[in-house]
Design a protein. Structure first.
Length: 443
C-alpha cells in the first residue's frame, strides 16, 4: 500500500529582531531542526513545504503576524497537512489564541507537532499535555510582562528616559534627554510670557505668525514624523509637563530626572496657578463652552476652507444664547478665521426659510411627486402634493430633534463665507421625506 504524502509547513518565530541580520539566525536554526525532524519521518510520507512561514520580531501574545496569517490562509486552502514547530510557544503564548488555532487545525484535519515536545493533538492525552505546556508558556509571558513593567517603573524612579517621542525642547542622545537649544528657547519664552500675561490666543497667534512648529523626529522604525503648526492643545500639554523642571513622571508620581531643567520652578508653578484658576488656556472665554443641546445645523456648517463649526452657548443672566463657532477659533485663536462665530438663531432662521422656499417651488414638487408615486404606486399625485404642502404647516409643531433630522435629510452641507452662505441640497432627501410624511398620514 502506497504511503500517503503529507505536506509539512514549518513555522518559526522570534520575539525580537535582534540578530536577524546574521547569516544564520534563530529562525534558520529553528527551521533546520524542524527540517531534520520532517526528514526522519520520510517513511511516513512527510515532505517539508518550500514556502517559509517566518515571523521575526513578533510577539507570541497575539496572532497578528504575517507569517502565521499566511500559514492560516494555506491551511484553509487545504495545502497543509501537518504543522511543525521547534516549541509550541513559537506558535502562540496565549492559551485562548492557541485554543482557537487548535480548533482551526481540527476543522481542516491538520495535525500539529513540536520537535522538542512530542505529542499528538488528535488524542485527548495530547490535548491535555498541550494545554499544560501552553499554560506554562502563558504564565512565563505574563511574568515577563510584569518584569518589564517593574523595570520600567524602577528606571523612571531613577529619573531615566525610557523611550518614545522626546518632549519639545529636548533630544535623545545615548538614551538620555539632552537640551535642544533652539526648542528650549521657545519653551522658556512660552512659560515666561504666560506667567506674566496668561493669554493663550496671543501666544498661539504669535507662534503661528513666526511659523513655529512642533517637534519633527524619526521613530526607531524609520517613520518620519513632521512637525505641525502649534495650537492651544500642544501648549497646554507643554505647560503641564513637569519634565521642564527636571522631573521624571510615571503614573502620577514624580522623581528627580537625569536630564537638565529648562524652566525655573517658580515660573513653572506660577503657570500652574494660572491654569488652575481658569485662565484663557484651560477653558477659553467663559462664553465658549460646548453643549449637547439639539442644535439644528450640527455637523452641517463649514467654512470655505473646510473647517467645521461646532455648537456652543453664552449665558447672560438666566438666558442662554446659542451660536456656532469655527473650530480654528478654539484651537488656534479668534484671528485664525474670517468668520469666527455665528448666532444660532439667525442662521437657523435663514436656513429654514430657504428650505421652505425650495420645498414650495413647482419644480421640486413635480420632481418629488414623480419619485414618490414611482416608488409607491398606491400614493396618488394629489396625495403626494398634499404631503408636500403639509411639511411647512407641520414644521412648528415638531420637536427640535425631529426638525434637525429633517434638515439633515434635506441638506448635505452649508458653507459659510464672509459675504453669505451656500447650501448643498440632498436631492433624494425631499422625496424620502415626502414618502415618510405620506406614510404617517396614511397610518
Amino acid at each position: 500500500m502506497k504511503t500517503r504524502r503529507l505536506s509539512c509547513a514549518i513555522y518559526t518565530r522570534k520575539s525580537t529582531d535582534e540578530g536577524l541580520d546574521q547569516n544564520f539566525n534563530s529562525l534558520d536554526a529553528q527551521r533546520e531542526a524542524c527540517e531534520a525532524y520532517v526528514a526522519s519521518q520520510k517513511s511516513e510520507g512527510w515532505m517539508a513545504l518550500s514556502d517559509r512561514y517566518d515571523d521575526g520580531g513578533y510577539s507570541g501574545g497575539n496572532i497578528n503576524r504575517p507569517g502565521l496569517q499566511k500559514l492560516i490562509e494555506d491551511i484553509k486552502a487545504g495545502t497543509v497537512d501537518t504543522i511543525v514547530v521547534y516549541k509550541i510557544d513559537r506558535l502562540s503564548r496565549s492559551l485562548s489564541d492557541f485554543a482557537k488555532l487548535v480548533d482551526l487545525f481540527d476543522e481542516h484535519q491538520v495535525t500539529f507537532v513540536s520537535v522538542t515536545q512530542a505529542f499528538n493533538t488528535t488524542t485527548s492525552m495530547g490535548r491535555l499535555t498541550l494545554n499544560i505546556l501552553l499554560s506554562f508558556a502563558q504564565f512565563e509571558r505574563e511574568v515577563s510582562g510584569e518584569r518589564v513593567r517593574d523595570k520600567f517603573a524602577l528606571s523612571r524612579s531613577r529619573g531615566m528616559w525610557m523611550g518614545g517621542m522626546p518632549p519639545y525642547g529636548y533630544d535623545v542622545k545615548d538614551r538620555k534627554l539632552v537640551v535642544n537649544p533652539d526648542e528650549a528657547k521657545i519653551v522658556q519664552e512660552l512659560f515666561a510670557r504666560f506667567a506674566i500675561t496668561p493669554s493663550m490666543a496671543t501666544l498661539v497667534k504669535d507662534l503661528r505668525t513666526r511659523h513655529v512648529r512642533t517637534k519633527s523626529w524619526i521613530t526607531q522604525t524609520g517613520v518620519d514624523r513632521k512637525g505641525r503648526l502649534i495650537d492651544k492643545g500642544f501648549i497646554y500639554k507643554l505647560f503641564r509637563n513637569p519634565v521642564y523642571i527636571g522631573i521624571a513622571a510615571h503614573k502620577g508620581k514624580h522623581y528627580p530626572g537625569e536630564h537638565e531643567a529648562i524652566v525655573p520652578k517658580e515660573i513653572f508653578d506660577r503657570v500652574q496657578v494660572h491654569l488652575s484658576t481658569g485662565g484663557t488656556l484651560t477653558k477659553g472665554p467663559r462664553t465658549e463652552r460646548r453643549t449637547g443641546g439639539p442644535y439644528l445645523l450640527r455637523g452641517l456648517l463649514f467654512s470655505d476652507h473646510g473647517r467645521a463649526f461646532t455648537p456652543g452657548y453664552t449665558s447672560r443672566g438666566n438666558k442662554k444664547y446659542g451660536y456656532y463657532i469655527n473650530v480654528d477659533a478654539i484651537k488656534i485663536g479668534v484671528d485664525a478665521c474670517e468668520v469666527r462665530r455665528i448666532p444660532a438663531g439667525e442662521i437657523e432662521s435663514v436656513i429654514i426659510e430657504r428650505m421652505r422656499a425650495i420645498l414650495s417651488t413647482p419644480e421640486v414638487i413635480a420632481k418629488t411627486v414623480r419619485v414618490v408615486t414611482g416608488h409607491r404606486p398606491e400614493i396618488g399625485s394629489a396625495e403626494a402634493i398634499e404631503a408636500m404642502q403639509s411639511i411647512d404647516e407641520v414644521w412648528n409643531k415638531l420637536f427640535p430633534v425631529e426638525q434637525a433630522r429633517i434638515v439633515n435629510a434635506l441638506i448635505s452641507r452649508i458653507t459659510v463665507k464672509r459675504d453669505g452662505i451656500s447650501i448643498e441640497w440632498n436631492g433624494n432627501g425631499v422625496a424620502d421625506l415626502t414618502r415618510e410624511v405620506s406614510v404617517k398620514e396614511a397610518a
